[in-house]
Write a new protein. Structure first.
Length: 582
């Protein structure tokens, strides 16, 4: 995180009210992207879900002109006049958006008699601080505006924004238009879809078909892919306090460009492939399953839309191939397939996740996330230092954030330097290992720039990158496409059942749990056992629910299969009727 220089020249602050009028009043359902973000806003801490940007102010811009430009943007874009009526604490998220024809918002002016030398870093810190307060979805103006002024003249605007109505690209559009207004340039008519127009399209029969196709794509991966990329010793919990590591590397940018030239692939596809190959290699997985957030702006009518269009694309890239180029050849298609299926009803998706994971006995872990925002109009300018010095390879540690992921990478820039930030779970990646992983990505790009890299065995990739695969002991087995530790399954099931004796064994392709039942113990069914285990599954990536629950007489022993069976079944309600052997 960026630390603000001391703003020693602050002389005071004042709040100004800006009124706007001339828009149209409308109302209708929320978009799929809005519903997705609203769910996160109601669940997550504000500083992790709100977004921010810093807008420059041209020299000689007066305060009145700056305020007039903000009012013009608000009248021009329905998203900035939108609220979401709902009953706070009522248990349901807002499903409707209301656009006001007129209204007002406030701006905080921070007056200075002197600004810090690094004004941008200071403005960045002010914007970040403004993110820390939650937006009222039903009431608040969606931009929190701080004007940094020098002797009364605006110098920068620090913007914190509600993710319910903006994403990074939307802030970039607003910044572009802000500068055009202050330069006296006329703005073209708005031709991009408004959020309400997009919602109408999404709720049409064609939009519903697209959403259903997206859900089918997710269901296939949820049923067949690994439940977690990082199922290994040390992986525990659903949130980790993770420090950020920023890479800036001219070496990496040159290597990426050369690799793209050699393979004929787009630089973004090469980088995504390299990240997936290295992630799967380190995790000891044959497929890389990762959430790849996309702004869904590949359609011209959405390219300059002011709204929140960001939803997760779920990528599954099979890395079982003889060489890097062979994986690269299928990466573009896999990425496009994921992006194509990233428009869905968020509530329907979470219902699907709940149903499918209960039936499979797994837990969806969004523990690998790759977000390439290098091509967006705005990459949140203060996210990293500027690149005037273009270091060959520089690693800088930042502050920690609480994240529901184990590996998160943001790509900010690919030329003239490769600039990205990675947050890696310190329980799995101590600082030296995290640095090795990020440096290994640069080394892999350099190797790919020279020639194809063999992947048939882990040795050549380890040699090329310096990154070694995780070592799992003999107590780990692969079941149903997932790495599982049967002893951990038994521990979790015993805990869920109040301390009953449990033995879990692998029988062919299945996990089978033998559960002891003595005299006087309350009688449990396989369905009850499965439901109890699912309740303690989050945060245990090495635990997969047994495919069969078998209640035996007395405590289970090593020869549990030979004990008298009392009841057995899958535990998945409606999947198979349990058998009672008494």
């Amino acid at each position: 995180m960026t630390t603000a220089p001391a703003p020693g020249g602050v002389t005071g602050s004042r709040t100004l009210t800006v009124r706007y009028t001339g828009g149209g009043a409308r109302r209708g359902p929320v978009t799929m992207g809005q519903a997705n973000m609203i769910r996160c806003i109601l669940r997550d801490e504000p500083d992790s879900i709100n977004i921010h940007d810093v807008w420059p102010v041209p020299d000689d811009t007066g305060m009145d002109r700056a305020l007039d430009a903000l009012a013009t943007l608000t009248t021009r874009h329905e998203a900035l006049r939108t609220t979401f009526p709902y009953e706070a604490g009522g248990g349901t998220a807002p499903a409707e958006q209301v656009v006001a024809a007129e209204g007002s918002f406030t701006v905080t002016v921070l007056d200075h008699d002197a600004l810090p030398e690094d004004t941008d870093a200071y403005a960045e810190a002010v914007a970040r601080a403004a993110r820390a307060t939650r937006f009222r979805l039903d009431l608040d103006f969606p931009l929190r505006l701080r004007i940094l002024a020098l002797a009364g003249r605006p110098v920068r605007i620090a913007v914190a924004a509600s993710h319910a109505v903006t994403d990074g690209s939307a802030l970039g559009v607003l910044r572009d238009e802000w500068l055009a207004l202050l330069a006296g340039e006329p703005l073209p008519p708005v031709t991009a879809l408004t959020p309400l127009d997009l919602a109408a399209e999404e709720h049409s029969p064609a939009g519903r078909r697209k959403s259903a196709a997206s859900l089918a794509h997710w269901e296939r991966i949820l049923r067949t892919g690994p439940q977690a990329m990082f199922a290994e010793d040390g992986a525990a919990g659903t949130e980790t306090d993770t420090p950020g590591l920023t890479l800036r590397s001219a070496r990496g940018a040159r290597a990426l460009a050369a690799a793209a030239r050699r393979t004929g692939a787009l630089p973004g596809t090469v980088l995504l492939t390299a990240w997936c190959v290295l992630t799967a290699h380190r995790a000891g997985q044959s497929v890389c399953v990762a959430a790849v957030p996309t702004s869904n702006r590949f359609l011209p009518k959405l390219a300059r839309s002011v709204g929140t269009l960001s939803q997760d694309a779920l990528l599954d890239l099979d890395v079982r191939a003889p060489s890097f180029d062979a994986v690269l050849a299928k990466a573009w298609g896999a990425a496009m397939n994921a992006y194509r299926h990233s428009r869905f009803d968020a509530l329907d998706l979470w219902e699907l996740i709940g149903r499918v994971t209960t039936e499979r006995g797994s837990q969806f872990a969004r523990d690998a996330v790759y977000n390439d925002i290098s091509a967006l109009p705005s990459t949140l300018a203060g996210a990293a230092a500027p690149d005037e010095d273009a270091p060959e390879l520089e690693l800088v540690w930042g502050g920690a954030q609480s994240l529901p992921t184990r590996l998160l990478t943001f790509v900010y820039e690919t030329e003239p330097v490769l600039r990205l930030a990675t947050w890696a779970d310190p329980a799995l990646f101590p600082r030296a290992a995290a640095e090795e992983l990020v440096t290994g990505l640069v080394r892999l790009l350099e190797a790919v720039a020279e020639a194809d890299v063999p992947l048939g065995a882990p040795g050549p990739l380890t040699e090329a990158t310096g990154v070694r695969p995780v070592v799992r002991g003999p107590e780990w087995v692969r079941v149903d496409g997932c790495w599982v530790r049967p002893a951990a399954v038994a521990e979790a099931l015993a805990e869920a059942l109040g301390g009953r004796r449990v033995e879990v064994v692998v029988e062919g392709p299945r996990l089978v749990a033998y559960i002891g039942e003595g005299e006087g113990a309350p009688e449990l069914t396989p369905d009850q056992a499965h439901a109890a285990l699912m309740g303690v599954l989050p945060g245990r990536p090495g635990v997969l629910a047994p495919h069969r629950y078998v209640f035996v007489e007395g405590p289970p022993r090593q020869s549990a299969a030979a004990q008298r069976i009392l009841r057995e079944g899958t535990g998945r309600t409606g999947r198979e009727m349990p058998h009672d052997h008494r």
